[in-house]
Design a protein around this ligand. Sequence first.
Ligand code: PLP
Length: 406
Amino acid sequence: MNTAQFFDEELEEVKRKNGYRFLRTRDFNESGKSTHALLDGREVILFGGNDYLGLSHHPKVIEAAVESIREFGVGSQAAQLIHGHTRDHLELEKRIAEFKETEAAIVFPSGYQSNMAAISTLVGKGDLVVMDKLNHASLIDACRLSGAEFRIFPHKNYERLCEILATYPTSGKKLIVTDSVFSMDGDLADLKILAQIKEKYGALLLVDEAHAIGVFGRRGSGLVEEQKAQDKVDIQVGTLSKAIGCQGGFIAGSQKIIDYFINFARPFIFSTGIAPHLCRAAKVAIELIESEVKLREKLLWNTFEVRKELVNDLHLDVGPSQSPIIPIMIGESERALQFSKGLLEEGIFIPAIRPPAVSPGESRLRLTISASHSKEDFKKLLLAIEKVKTLTLPSPLLRERGRGEG
Ligand code: PLP
C-alpha cells in the first residue's frame, strides 16, 4: 500500500465527517487570569478547560513550583523506582492519601497513565472488567490493554451491570469501573448503589474522581466524600490537572494495593516520574482546596447561575449535568463546529465535542465553569450564545425548556 495515499485518504475521510482536529495555540495576555488568553492571536475568554478553581494561576501554587525547581531542577531524572521519587513525591502521596482518606497513594505524570496503570495491573486474562458506557476514553483504553474480558453497561443502568456480573462465568477477579463525574455530560454516578453491587457480587470498585476533586465533598476531595463511600471504594484514581490546576495523576487505596502497583504496574515501573515541582505545587493546591471554601462555593454558585440562564432564558438543552461541566447539546457535528466558530468570533471559546469523544449524533459544546470567571465574563458568554444560537440552531433544538434544573 502507498502509505502517503493512506494518510491522505484517512484525513480526507475525517474532514468529510466534520471530525478533523487541529491545534490552536494559547498565549497569555496582560490580565494574568487563567480564564483569559490569546488563542491563535485572538483575545478570548476560555470556557472549555478544567481549571475549575483557577488554581493553575494561584500565587501560592506558582511559588511552590518555583521553590521546588530551585531545589530539584525541572525534571525527576529517573523512574520513581530508581531515584525519581523525591521528597516532593513522598509528601504529595501522603497528602493525597489524607485527602482521599485512604492508607496510601502513588503519583504519575498524567491521569491517563494512572488509569492505564490501575486497570491493566488489577485485571488480566481470566478476569472480568465492567464499566459505564460514558466512562472516559483512558478507562476504556486501559480495559482493552488489560486483556481481561471487557463488558460495557448502558449509562448508569445498574440493573444491567448486575445482570452482567451475575451471568458471566469467571472464577477470576471482577472489577467495576466508573467515572464519578462524567466528563462529557457532567452528571454523577451513584456510588452508594455501586458499592452495594460490588459487595453482592464480590467485585472490586474503581472510581475515577478526575472531575469531582475540588468540586464535591465537604473538604472538596470528591464525590466519594460527598456520597460517603470512602470505605466502599477499593481504588480511587484522579488527575492533578483539573481543579488541582497542575499536571499529573494518582492512584489511592490500601497500602497493600499501592505496594502491588509499585511492584507490578508497568506504566509506573517503566516511565520517568512526574516532575517534583508539579508534586509540590499540587500539594499546595490540595491544601487550598481544603481551606478556601469560598472558592468552591463560588464555583458552584457560578455553575448554578449559568445553567439556569441557559435553560430558562436561552432555552438550550444542557442534558442532565449536575456539575461545572455543562454540555450544550447540538446533535450534528457540523452545527456544533459552526456554533463554536461563531462564539470564537465573539471572543468566547467553547470547544465543539464530536465523535469519537461522544456518540454519533450527540455532538455538543462542552462548556465548563471556573471560580475565576467574573460576572462580566458570564454576561459576555450569555450574550454571545444568544447571538450565535439563532444563526446556527434550527428551532426544534431551541427547547421550550431544557432538561437541566430551572
Ligand atoms: N479521567 C477523566 C474522567 C478525564 O476526564 C481525564 C482527562 O480528560 C483523564 C482521566 C485523564 O487525565 P489527564 O488529563 O491528567 O491525563
